[in-house]
Design a protein around this ligand. Structure first.
Ligand code: PXG
Ligand code: PLP
Length: 440
């Protein structure tokens, strides 16, 4: 087909990700611009972004420092190979990322997305045990309702049914911890009080399978995609203890929780529990250029640095690992986070956010409200026989009223840019209150 053939406004060719394509194309919601806390729609409306894009634009939109860094970098070098060649900013960025992370997470493996970070971390875990002559450790433990991206490893350890059920056999040798969802934690503010004992299920898996068969356990410190599931007080600490006792690597998937979302650089810092690896993406460039990074402990990294020095130590990597544009964007983003103290700012705004989210508890159909850092969720009672419909209708109505939220199942999830002001939080709550009053 000729390049100029399709009409510019034909929507059919783009098969949209995680979208009701036919519904969208019948009534499209086009975004054409962005600035700070707002999107601009094709029909010229300003829409308040309560999700930071998709949990990624933590510094807010189109921040001049980041825009300029990207423009400058694009003009300097288009692409630089990262296999057997180096680009200086990739090293500078790795050092800065390692400095931001808790000890001993001192080494950075670059990817282009959260999904790739997860595949990378799982592969490193398996290869690490093999490098130490513990090659029988091949089993991976994930968690029900977990989201670890959409590639085969990630959906295998993930626990969201629809992301798994259509795609065949998945990885063998995977088991799942129970999700930390408990009735008695409803409407709890911040970290829920009940449920640390759910971590003991890992001990049960050791008993069933044998520790010597288990390579790693991967969890989101706070689960985002499944609709904001929080770690009960003491839960992550207990997971860490059990992993330590049995030589199991603990991987925190910090794709959402990283880069200030919880009012600290990482959830590992916020909760004072340090994993052996962290998978990240999204906020690393504030969503501006695709990039991900896996943080590994020195012990993991060093286990590979053996054998003849001319040999490749890890047979893994992406064409676009450490892409110059992404490195430049990430460095400028880290500058913005630091100069504006945005992680601390998120922590300062969190109490106001908490009150705001929970003030919606008395609205019709609300069966739970949850919050931590600058994450919030409002769970609605599903319409009998029509799950997801009530929340999706809230999404559409909020958008009409100038507010962009995210829904998953019948849960409204929010994670605004860390530059959010109290007046924006007020606007979010007022708009949601109006919307919730008028839902079927
Ligand atoms: N791990 C976690 C914990 C995530 O939240 C990924 C991995 C995958 O990242 P990529 O970059 O491959 O998408 C994610 C991504 C939502 C939503 O609103 C969540 C994500 C992505 C898009 C939408 O629930 N999480
Ligand atoms: N498929 C083919 C045919 C390739 O040649 C490559 C990379 O060279 C890939 C997939 C992987 O692409 P990427 O490195 O961007 O993940």
């Amino acid at each position: 087909m000729a390049l100029d053939k399709p009409a510019p406004n034909d929507l059919s060719a783009f098969w949209m990700p995680f979208t009701a394509n036919r519904q969208f194309k019948a009534n499209p919601r086009m975004i054409v611009g962005a600035k700070d806390m707002h999107y601009t729609t094709a029909d010229g409306r300003e829409v308040l972004d309560a999700v930071a894009g998709l949990w990624c634009c933590n510094a807010g939109h189109n921040r001049p420092k980041v825009v300029e860094a990207i423009q400058k970098q694009a003009a300097e070098i288009d692409y630089s190979p990262a296999f057997q060649m180096g680009f200086p900013k990739a090293f500078e960025l790795a050092t800065r990322l390692a400095d931001l992370a808790p000890e001993p997470l001192n080494h950075i493996f670059y990817t282009n997305s959260g999904s790739e970070s997860v595949e990378t971390a799982l592969k490193i875990a398996l290869a690490y045990h093999r490098a130490r002559d513990e090659g029988s450790r091949t089993r991976l433990i994930g968690r029900e309702k977990g989201y670890h991206g959409v590639n085969f490893g990630g959906i295998s350890v993930g626990g969201i049914t629809n992301n798994r059920r259509f795609f065949g056999q998945l990885l063998a040798g995977v088991d799942h911890l129970p999700a930390t969802v408990l009735e008695e934690n409803r409407f709890a503010k911040g970290q829920p009080p009940h449920g640390a004992h759910l971590a003991d299920e890992l001990e049960r898996m050791v008993a069933i399978h044998g520790a010597e068969t288990i390579a790693a356990c991967i969890v989101e410190p706070v689960a985002g995609s499944a609709g904001v599931i929080l770690p009960p007080v003491g839960y992550l600490e207990r997971l860490r203890e059990i992993c330590d006792r049995h030589g199991i690597l603990l991987i925190f998937d910090e794709v959402i929780t990283g880069f200030g979302r919880l009012g600290a650089a990482f959830a590992a810092e916020k909760f004072g529990v340090v994993p052996d690896m962290m998978t990240t993406a999204k906020g690393i460039t504030s969503g501006t250029v695709p990039m991900g990074a896996v943080f590994t402990s020195s012990a993991i990294h060093d286990a590979f640095m053996t054998g003849p020095e001319h040999m490749i130590e890890l047979f893994h990597g992406y064409t676009y690992s450490a892409h110059p544009l992404a490195c430049a964007a990430a460095l400028a983003t880290l500058d913005v986070y630091r100069e504006e103290g945005l992680f601390a700012r998120a922590a300062e705004m969190a109490p106001y956010w908490e009150e705001a989210i929970h003030s919606l508890a008395d609205c019709p159909n609300v069966i739970d409200t949850r919050n931590l850092g600058l994450i919030g969720a409002i769970e609605l009672d599903p319409i009998p026989g029509a799950p997801t419909k009530r929340a999706f209708s809230a999404f559409l109505k909020a958008y009409e009223k100038g507010l962009y939220i995210r829904t998953t199942g019948d849960i409204i999830a929010m994670s605004p840019p860390l530059i959010i002001e109290k007046s924006h939080i007020d606007q979010i709550v007022e708009t949601l209150r109006e919307v919730l009053q008028t839902l079927d």
